[in-house]
Design a binder for this molecule. Sequence first.
Ligand code: BGC
Ligand code: BGC
Length: 460
Amino acid sequence: MIFSDDFVFGGATAAYQIEGAATEGGRGKSIWDVFSHTEGRVVNGDTGDVAIDHYHRFKDDVALMAELGFKAYRYSVSWPRIQPDGTGKALEAGLDFYSRLTDELLGAGIDPWITLYHWDLPQALQDAGGWPNRDTAQRFADFSAIVHEHLGDRVKHWITLNEPFVSSFVGYAAGRHAPGLRDPQAALKSVHHLLLGHGLALQALRAQNVADIGITLNLYSVQAASDSAVDTDAARRVDGFQNRLFLDPVLKGRYPQDMLHDTAEFGWLPAVQEGDLELISAPIDLLGVNYYTKYLITGDPEHPDLVGERTGQLDSPYPGAAHAREVRHGKPLTDIGWEIDPDGLHDVLTRLKREYPAVPLVITENGAAFDDELSEDGAVHDQRRVDYVREHLAACARAIEDGVPLKGYFLWSVFDNFEWAEGYAKRFGAVHVDYQTQVRTPKDSALWYSRTMRSRSLDQ
Ligand code: BGC
Ligand code: BGC
């Protein structure tokens, strides 16, 4: 299988997961600083205070990526590094950091892709209500305009939001992510205000002549565990929350009727004001797809194959859908407990082609967590990650053959990093990081991916 010359191969990271330097340059606190410093929120009490110290080591990190043959890199801008309180004048030190990082990438022949929001809302904006507060959407658009004004001359690819599903439902309904609330109405209002923020940022960047801009959604292949009415209805709801609640407003200009009906009891509908959906559905140049796993769903709480540890995660984020549960479908698991199912990626991509207006697609994240260890020979033999990435790239190649306009693939992640509520306990990197010494060691998967990026072929 060969990928065409214009297919983009890259790697992705996010600011809070790698930068560290939490108080440098006047940086303010984000909801993740506060959350990770709250006892009991993150495994082992880990925080992003130091992370992989990328803020100080970015030159070496870029050099390593160049050596490995990366030609594209997706990174995010820390909002509180630019505006400590989420509003007002931008900090020179913050803008300067991203400017130097961007120049370093360009100098190394790596195309920069920026994500404007990867979950680190300034705490001051959370104190003012956070995403359930409509004003946050405008603050985000203002922030986006500042960043684009400074980097738009050099950065050509822009993503507004990363995974608004996670920001809203995991942060405001399940409470497993910052800000750690369990309030269905707040979560649903957040969905709308995040999407509105996307629409307003899009408008602001269009005014600055941005050419390539989109949004990244975490999409899942969702199937019913049986064709019983109870299971198919549970699967419909999960598909609604995970996929359609975000895809439909962005690509079709409306929320799905069944979801409006199911969630009306939470009283969030007045948040949707006249004109909002026009902003939200303004044309985008690319849709970013993050894919990790596929869900097999049952509505039967007594189902014998219920996924223990995922059930709590799955049912709590879905307001009013308490009887939608994930069951195992007999595939191998990664070490974060997610089932490995590359066919699900093919399902997601072909479904987009079938059911939505055409838009260029990019896999902005795909990858796996494994409990990697350094071997005596000094290497990390993560064959399971090699297999995971190879199989998912093969699914991409099949989707392209089936006519899906897929333009690129970004591996999550380049480096081991702060895995949110899992702290440093879960490793997603192609490059191993020793958190004591900050030594970077490319794993076998990094070397394999390097050969793949260079040969554009999976046959090696
Ligand atoms: C997890 C997040 C993760 C996301 C990946 C969620 O269910 O809670 O930690 O980042 O899935 O899409
Ligand atoms: C997020 C990443 C996260 C990854 C693995 C995605 O949901 O965008 O920040 O590390 O999944 O959970």
